[in-house]
Ligand binder design. Structure first.
Ligand code: M6R
Length: 607
């Protein structure tokens, strides 16, 4: 949930650390800090809030030193203040940490009983104080860390910088990801390959329980049992990632507009448009052995998976259980080995999703994952990786990753349907062609931006919004509500349209906008009935539909967004765009921090 970076270098590191932190800011932006060694002593610079505050501070008071560590924080323990910003340091050691030390309270009590004075409210400082205590007792730094690692419970990635050790950093990982970068006469560590991209493309990933000693010329990795181990050094694609906004105001806007291209790219990986058929060689799933599926994910990825469930059940006639990962991991669901466990995650690092994956692994299930970051932990721990080719998604609000997840799930449902004989060759051709036509339709949908903007000028003034939909438009309604809350801070709820009369209808009055997602499909009439219930109570309806839908609505809607005509199968991919734009323009008008909304982080690696 935080981003960490470390450099054992041969040139000044301060601004290089900051540069890497810029690429990690998606992991948290409550505060940032770096520590270097100046004349063999630890020197720190930290600032509350965005990284730019740290940059300004360093411009005014530069830090020298050719070795250092850096951190960008998403607060878990302790308020997002400078006092709680990393690195945490004692006279002997400075550390940066991503994750949670679960037994920090008992460790802190133990240290305080010995007279140690803490300078912060964080769980992290406990680790720094424990290492410092061991060093004061005569342990060499590496030994001091090794002993402390054995005492920690929880999930963490840690980096240590020591007083007097100009050429050595120590790193450790349990649960949270950590990569090592190999340079020429210098070494790096970081939360992911993107952070290391400006420095090197030679990367190895620490495995769970590993810890490592980095010098300028060497990296020695130890496993949980403290035995030296070798971790493969791979060529990373991270260096190819261009992380800039181009001509767009925000990353989110850029990512919304990238969708026609990245969806096409993703679909082309799974489907052969020249023969209108499904590529059977891209997943090694033996569908003859699968009788059901168990899906789990968090947030937007969970809504994508929910739409995937509708497709899998309808087209492949395969029953799907679906859970929010934070519930699944503790629900101890009885599972049989004819169940394919499927996880969906943009980052591939979400702690709850990863824990659910590990639960399924312990039950002997085959594991598949739809992931955007190919080098992520979830990808590495899965038997079958189904990549989304969205490219890096920087905006905290997921947009293109969501529609690329839908693209993979749609392709997977067709692949299962073909293997299980639940669609005919003619239906395969028809459905693949529908996906093949998406790009043009998506471009059409994006042209609705000015109309969406006009609606948002109104929406920005309301306090609550209701989203309604049926069938695959129901999870889309949930996603629309999440998007709006997340970046505009307007309270929004998504409901299955048929559920309205069971309670939420009590909320309807003339101040309450109700956004209805209703393509003219087999469920349209039902949704219209629910919409009329809203109209009868004075609700302000914003209808997202197509030409036929608008013609048959029979209701005095406040606004109508007329979408291109699309077949039912692909409608979630197309209707996702206006709901993203509704959230985006509302947030822009309200002047919120669109790409880095308050209290959030892109990658949630804590429970
Ligand atoms: O990286 P993941 O896809 O596993 O992340 C899951 C959620 O944290 C994520 O989708 C979150 O809900 C987004 N901020 C929504 O826009």
């Amino acid at each position: 949930m935080c981003g960490i970076i470390g450099i054992v270098g041969n040139q000044p590191v301060a601004m290089r650390l900051v540069d890497a932190l810029k690429r990690l800011e998606y992991r948290g932006y409550d505060s940032a800090g770096i520590a270097t060694l100046v004349d063999n002593q630890i020197a720190r610079s930290r600032a509350e809030g965005k990284l730019v505050n740290l940059e300004n501070r360093l411009a005014a008071e530069p830090l020298s030193g050719a070795i250092g560590i850096g951190h960008t924080r998403w607060a878990t323990h302790g308020a997002p203040t400078e006092r709680n910003a990393h690195p945490h340091a004692t006279e002997q050691v400075a550390i940066v940490h991503n994750g949670i030390i679960e037994n920090f309270a008992e460790l802190r009590t133990e240290l305080e009983a010995e007279g140690v004075k803490f300078q912060s409210d964080t769980d992290t400082e406990t680790v720094a104080q424990l290492v410092a205590r061991n060093i004061r007792s005569g342990d060499a730094p590496v030994e001091a860390v090794r002993k402390v690692l054995g005492r920690l419970r929880g999930a963490f990635a840690l980096a240590f910088l020591f007083t007097g050790e100009n050429e050595m950093l120590v790193a450790a990982r349990r649960g949270s990801p950590l990569a090592i970068g190999y340079g020429e006469g210098e070494m790096f560590l970081g939360s992911d390959a993107i952070a290391l991209a400006p420095f090197t493309d030679k990367i190895s990933y620490l495995e769970d329980g590993d810890w490592a000693v980095l010098t300028r010329d060497s990296v020695t990795v130890y496993d949980e049992g403290n035995h030296p181990v070798t971790r493969v050094v791979q060529q990373s694609s991270g260096a190819a990632y261009v992380v800039n906004k181009g001509n767009y105001r925000h990353f989110m806007e850029k990512e919304v507009y990238e969708q026609p291209e990245v969806i096409s790219r993703t679909l082309a990986h799974y489907l052969d448009f020249s023969s209108s058929s499904i590529r059977t060689d891209v997943n090694n799933i033996d569908w003859s052995k699968i009788n059901r599926m168990a899906m789990s994910a968090c947030g937007t990825a969970y809504y994508a998976a929910t739409i995937g469930k509708y497709w899998m059940e309808r087209y492949a006639r395969l029953p799907v259980e679906i859970d929010i990962a934070s519930e699944f991991r503790y629900r101890e669901m009885p599972l049989s080995t004819d169940t394919l466990a499927l996880f969906v995650s943009q980052s591939g690092e979400t702690a709850d999703t990863l824990a659910s994956l590990r639960y399924c692994r312990s039950q002997g299930l085959p594991i598949a994952a739809v992931v955007n970051v190919r080098e992520s932990t979830i990808a590495r721990e899965s038997d079958i990786v189904l990549p989304t080719l969205a490219g890096p998604e920087i905006g905290v609000a997921s947009t293109k990753a969501f529609t690329c997840q839908l693209s993979v799930l749609a392709s997977l449902a067709l692949s299962a349907a073909k293997a299980r004989g639940t669609i005919t060759p003619a239906e395969e051709k028809e459905l693949v062609d529908q996906l093949g036509n998406l790009s043009g339709v998506l471009h059409e949908a994006l042209k609705l931006a000015p109309k969406v903007e006009a609606i948002c000028r109104d929406l920005m003034n309301v306090k609550d919004v209701l989203y309604l939909g049926r069938g695959t438009s129901y999870p889309l309604a949930l996603e629309g509500a999440l998007k709006l809350k997340e970046i505009s801070y307007i309270h929004a709820e998504g409901y299955a349209a048929g559920e309205l009369k069971h309670g939420p209808i009590a909320l309807i009055d003339e101040t309450m906008p109700v956004i209805v997602i209703a393509p003219f499909d087999r469920l349209y009439e039902k949704t219209v009935s629910n919409m009329q219930e809203v109209a009868a109570r004075g609700g302000r309806i914003i209808l997202i539909t197509d030409k036929e839908g608008a013609k048959h609505a029979n209701v005095d809607a406040h606004s109508v967004l007329i979408m291109p005509d699309v077949p039912e199968f692909i409608s979630p991919l197309v209707y996702a765009l206006p709901i993203q734009m509704l959230a985006y323009y509302t947030a822009v008008f309200m002047g919120t921090d669109v790409d880095q909304p308050r209290n959030l982080a892109k990658s949630v690696t804590v429970e």
